[in-house]
Design a protein. Sequence first.
Length: 330
Amino acid sequence: MRPRRGRNLKGRCLRFAQREEIAILRAQGLSLRVIGKAIGRSASTVSRELKRNTKPGTAYRATSAHVLAYDRAGRPKPAKLHTNTALRAIVEGDLARKYSPEQIAGRLRIWFPDREEMWVSPETIYQSLYVQSRGALNPDLAACLRTGRTGRKPCRKVGQRKNRIPGMINISQRPPEVEDRAVPGHWEGDLIIGKGNLTAIGTLVERTTNFTMLVHLPNGYKAEQMREALTSKIKTLPEALRHSLTWDQGIEMQDWKTVKMDTGIEIYFCDPHSPWQRGINENTNGLLRQYFPKGTDLSIHSAADLDWVAAELNDRPRKRLEFKKPIELI
């Protein structure tokens, strides 16, 4: 990491003027909340500042506090396992006994409850084994870990997320008419997942009317199962209501091109981790949890059960629709 010295502690750090104001207001006996409001920071920030940067036996002073903060901000810092030889010996001994880094960190807090200098996090141990620049521990001890790896292995292959749905069309390319909800026939879709991620029900919600349809997935929700069930459900709609469908980047939609070809509906995909881009669908899924609670087996529900739930939901007045019902508007 590039050293922070010379950057005047910019950004989220407290400025010297703010520390001066903290010192004055603290001397006046004001509360942490009042001080935080005066400097535009939270009370927890003020509390942390007073705890960290007050010299023992003295009152809080802006000059000494700023020096302490400046020194603490210097990077890189010497590794704890590099400077504390007693701690390093304990960690190396426990690694040789096949303890995991998490077990070692937990035991250290039991053995030394009042000595923070003898505590270490599991991540620090991993870095000391795997990162050459922080190699305070004997790298041969990596063979004592459960995996026995000499280097870290990423959980996800490079590009795996990007290529899960080949050739997908992003929501940014969706026609402007979808946004104002003036024309019916634009849908949002998703899955609600059952116990142990083993079962699911597909949900389709029309953006203009909130009309809901449920997709029966009795045999699972892999790509081929989703393709057949979704195609069958969309085909029950008149062509005038098959304009577009917006889905998240779930792997169940890998065969989206086939669905598009068989139904004539345009399909778009949201950005990752952006549920607000399907806000109506997310809200509807919350309502559906009244009928399909989390942690339950969703495969026990028949297609007739799903149609009954959808009919009841479509017969419910909605505030967004000025208390009209989706079934009336569709």
